[in-house]
Design a protein around this ligand. Structure first.
Ligand code: URA
Length: 454
């Protein structure tokens, strides 16, 4: 077939990016949509991704990329939801159960959270995998069902539909196969295209920094946060990004059922600590920005919602609406699957001075809590409870960790990995802050929920 003279030659696009030129919005769109529709083959897209990885993208190019990605599918305007709508996204970490707490907590405070979540990626856990450890829980909600549930209950957590930014899945798989994942503009466009395609009034981003995050330093995380905020500004969408600490697991539970049980304790007001603290921070930020209440008042209201059981009740309603066994809120271990083997990992003497959180995440994946290959089944029962926080004095009766395994040999390997993942010191280390800082403007007004391109 003769080439279409009106179409640009995709090799020229690759060559221009390779040489450091700025691509026009039309070039970006034709290339991305050409790949989405199968007209542009993997080998050219792979070359394009490597050129982007090496040369970077300007703000305008990143915005054109995100727009083309959104245009590869349909949007979810959420027009049927009358409460103020907030989305919260984490770039991924270890023992990061914030969504499990935040969604029902925000719902109990009068907001709407239609959360489209992902599965575990590499060493990081996935909210869908965690929720599916509750017997009967369904994550495959259609758009109409999702909207109805959010209008009625205030929250839903579901799998992203195949129609929403479909090219992201294909591009992500190609990036994974070509060592081009760790590029700030590619990650920003990937994360934000999926947020911009949904009609919310506020986007909250939790950009993780540290040993358990994709961004290992706060500096890298701030760069990613700035790229995401620039995209939200280009689209006129209110967004705030917090760069938060992932130099150790956020909570104690690293697994699926273990994470749900921990989230339930936080939702019932029974657990203090960093997971509660960060969930309260995001809830207070959302309430304050969307309703105009001062932050300290919003935070006090969020604390009451945890301590008086309102947030736990919202969680129970969400679980029941999605087919799950809502008794998980009253009696988590009466409902959740538990592992047959438990191995205590004894704590050495000294101060806990550092943690390789990624290694802990990998220890849990090795037990079966995550996937080594796409499509692997996860074991909902297994995982690691990591019982210490950096700065703790170790060495008493309390174990360093408890491994929940399916069999003796995988449990022993995980215990060894946990032991190797910590740094112990004779000196008390300086505490690391939970939040390194915030970026982004406060929203000026609640929007009408329409998804509008820049
Ligand atoms: N999460 C995403 O959704 N996309 C990326 O590129 C990286 C993390």
């Amino acid at each position: 077939m003769a080439p279409d003279p009106n179409r640009l030659d995709p090799r020229d696009v690759v060559a221009r990016k390779r040489d450091g030129d700025e691509l026009t919005p039309a070039e970006m769109e034709e290339f991305v949509l050409g790949y989405a529709t199968g007209r542009i083959p993997d080998y050219l897209a792979a070359a394009f991704l490597m050129a982007v990885y090496l040369r970077g993208l300007s703000r305008e190019e990143t915005s054109s990329l995100a727009r083309a990605m959104v245009r590869s599918g349909s949007t979810l305007p959420l027009r049927g939801v009358s409460r103020p709508k907030v989305d919260k996204h984490s770039t991924g970490g270890v023992s990061d159960g914030v969504t499990l707490v935040f969604a029902p907590l925000a719902a109990s405070l009068g907001l709407a959270v239609a959360k489209l979540s992902g599965r575990g990626l590499g060493h990081t856990g996935g909210t869908l995998d965690k929720l599916e450890s509750i017997p009967g829980f369904r994550t495959d909600l259609g758009a109409a069902e999702l909207e109805r549930q959010v209008e009625k209950i205030g929250c839903a957590v579901a799998a992203q539909s195949k129609d929403l930014v479909p090219v992201d899945g294909a591009l992500y798989a190609l990036r994974d196969a070509t060592a081009t994942v760790a590029s700030v503009p590619l990650i920003a466009a990937s994360v934000m295209s999926k947020k911009l395609a949904v009609g919310t009034d506020l986007i909250l981003l939790d950009v993780k920094a540290g040993s358990g995050a994709f961004m290992k330093t706060p500096r890298q995380a701030f760069d990613l946060a700035a790229a995401c905020i620039a995209l939200s500004e280009a689209w006129g969408r209110p967004a705030r990004a917090a760069v938060t600490d992932m130099s150790q697991p956020l909570g104690r539970a690293i697994g699926n059922a273990l994470d749900v049980a921990e989230a339930v304790r936080v939702l019932r007001g029974e657990e203090e600590g960093r997971l509660r603290d960060l969930s309260l921070t995001f809830a207070a930020e959302a309430v304050s920005l969307l309703t105009g209440r001062p932050r300290d008042e919003a935070r006090a209201a969020a604390e009451r919602a945890l301590d008086k059981g309102d947030a736990a009740e919202s969680f129970a309603r969400m679980v029941a609406a999605q087919g799950g066994d809502a008794r998980v809120v009253e009696d988590p271990w009466g409902v959740l699957p538990s592992a047959p083997i438990r191995v205590d990992v004894p704590a050495p003497f000294g101060y806990l001075a550092g943690v390789d959180a990624e290694a802990l995440g990998r220890a849990a994946v090795g037990l079966g809590a995550g996937r080594v290959h796409k499509g692997d089944r996860v074991d909902p029962a297994v995982g690691v409870e990591f019982c210490a926080t950096v700065g703790d004095r170790l060495g008493g009766d309390r174990p360093l960790a408890v491994v929940h395994g399916r069999d003796g040999s995988s449990s022993a390997i995980a215990a060894e990995r946990v032991r190797a993942a910590i740094l112990v010191s004779d000196e008390e280390p300086a505490p690391s802050p939970l939040i390194h800082g915030w970026l982004g403007e406060s929203p000026r007004e609640v929007t009408d929920g329409a998804v509008r391109e820049p």
